[in-house]
Design a protein around this ligand. Structure first.
Ligand SMILES: Cc1ncc(COP(=O)(O)O)c(C=O)c1O
Length: 359
């Protein structure tokens, strides 16, 4: 007798592969594989989290009211147009569930963030991939891939795993060429790193009068709260209302919300993190290029670099207790992604790479 069968397509989905976190026998490897904040989080956020430990028996506020008000205030957004999730990952899943089904498709750039395709496939829809040019999102190929069955387009700016970004007028051009029935999900997981770069915008303000744009953000990267799983999105009332109907009511934990509110009030921590990442990224990038290694121009907290023996370099670094991300699963088998660490971490990975490359 056969057991319950998942819906068609579910068993074809390859599970998300997180950045490697462990090396057998090594208590604390240097983890540069998941683009986390090497400086931890704001002390105010940690204090708020600890203070919330007396309330572990209470359900979270299903409306995420305090964080909603704090984000609305900081970014000058209408609070009722925000939606929250267990990381921005949950928001992608909600958007896919609400707007896609069998027969529909979504479009992403060739090197899109892996969680999007999983969210799309889970609905029975198909993810189409739009070729990139030199590892930069190509608006023209996305527009060309959109057909009468397309319901959602995903773009991250800056992008993971390439680290590259598009000037904002390219995002505007993409939007201008999408039918109004297509939802543009603009993933700003790394936006904090790129604010201030030439022609970059996080699109929040621009999206205010758009009927089909959902801008997503996260506390996982520059705010250093990846383990608390807090993502949010700003979109049109109708889109947000659809997502809110199906979201799990308590997916943002109480202690997480408290920490995020405190983190939002500590601009100095974010600025310091961004400045240090910027510095570290230049150091690693310069060192790699001096060794003849090709790197992609990154606007994020990681460097993506091409190696003749990416597998071997990954293994050799692991022997030195350093974990980085091999981009095989992203269709970039010759490429490695190295998250920026503390200044000491960066020197350590530069020295280790130097040694490995000289061998
Ligand atoms: C482009 C991009 N979007 C979203 C996320 C997911 O972030 P969250 O932790 O908010 O789910 C990541 C995480 O690595 C990412 O790289």
């Amino acid at each position: 007798m056969s057991g319950p069968l998942p819906k068609p397509g579910i068993l074809d989905i390859a599970s998300y592969v997180p950045g490697r976190a462990r090396i057998d026998g090594v208590a604390r490897p240097l983890k540069l594989s998941a683009n986390e904040n090497p400086f931890g989080c704001s002390e105010a956020a940690r204090d708020a989290y600890l203070a919330a430990s007396s309330e572990l028996h209470l359900y979270p506020d299903a409306n995420t009211s305090r964080l909603r008000a704090a984000i609305a205030e900081k970014h000058k957004l209408e609070p009722e147009r925000l939606v929250f999730g267990a990381g921005s990952d949950e928001i992608f899943a909600l958007a896919a569930q609400a707007f896609l089904g069998p027969g529909d498709n979504a479009v992403q750039p060739q090197f899109g963030f892996a969680a999007w395709a999983i969210a799309v496939a889970a609905t029975g829809a198909v993810m189409k991939s739009a070729p990139e040019h030199n590892f930069v999102v190509d608006v023209d190929t996305i527009i060309a891939a959109v057909d009468e069955n397309t319901r959602v387009v995903f773009v991250a700016n800056p992008a993971n795993p390439t680290g590259t970004y598009l000037p904002f007028n390219e995002i505007e051009r993409l939007h201008a060429n999408l039918p109004s029935r297509v939802l543009l999900v603009l993933d700003g997981a790394y936006a904090e790193c790129a604010i201030g770069l030439d022609s970059f915008s996080d699109g929040l303000n621009w999206s205010r009068d758009k009927k089909n744009v959902l801008v997503t953000r996260t506390f996982s990267k520059m705010y250093g709260l990846a383990s608390l799983r807090i993502g949010w999105a700003y979109g049109p009332a109708e889109v947000v209302s659809a997502l809110n109907r199906i979201r799990l009511p308590f997916s943002v934990p109480r202690a997480g919300e408290a920490a995020a509110v405190a983190a939002l009030g500590d601009d100095a921590f974010v600025q310091l993190s961004v400045a240090a990442c910027d510095h570290g990224r230049r150091e690693i990038d310069t060192a790699l290029r001096a060794s003849g290694i090709q790197t992609l121009p990154s606007a994020t907290n990681f460097v993506t670099a091409r190696f003749d023996d990416a597998e071997g370099v990954t293994a050799a670094l692991a022997q030195r207790d350093i974990l980085i991300r091999h981009l095989r699963n992203y269709g970039m088998p010759d490429w490695l992604r190295i998250s920026i660490g503390t200044p000491e971490d960066n020197q350590r990975v530069i020295a280790a790479l130097g040694e490995v490359l000289r061998r």
